[in-house]
Write a protein that binds this ligand. Sequence first.
Ligand SMILES: [Fe+2]
Length: 224
Amino acid sequence: MKRSEINAAIQYAKAIMIKHRFYLPKFAHYDLAEWKASSVCGRQEILQAHLGWDVTDFNLGNFTKCGLTLFTLRNQSPDNQKMYAEKIMVVQEQQITPMHYHWKKMEDIINRGGGDLMVRLYKRHPQTDLLDEEAELNVAIDGQYINLPAGGTVCLQPGQSICLPPMLYHSFWAEQGVVLAGEVSMANDDLTDNRFLEPLGRFSNIEEDEKPIHLLCSDYQQYL
Ligand SMILES: [Fe+2]
């Protein structure tokens, strides 16, 4: 993914958040000089918990079709006692987050405003670890359980949320407009806890065609 695309996605996400009056912490707006001027001790938790911007095309090279813009607001780190994480995400219309499950993490995905958030679900086949094309499933939408066929899709309107237990395959995208989505979950580890159905990368390889406006959480190690 080109750095210019990442910069544009962050600018777009910031505009969507302003529109929905969702405010980010101060470090969301740091440029490289501000990061470098921040105290090493003071920023340690941000770096260790991988807080901050995260823009990915899942290394597939077509961000419009397959991609996600996220900001991790809180998460577990080796030095804090948090068992939880929170993210805010911008899901563009018809922009897919590909089918995956988490071995450990249980997460609620919340439509915080905008269009409809569509979530497709499959059970994991116990023998193949791929999609179980036949098994029905049962999920909670804001505490109310519904039954779905394999591959069934839930439409979350603004204000609605779905609880996704570990090991349940899910994929999502937006319809009827861009969606500002929240994620409230158990501790998050994107380095080890994503099982994608297709082989792809959780983080993109970056082509540095311009300077970063803001660092991604995956940039900290290289730049700071
Ligand atoms: Fe997920």
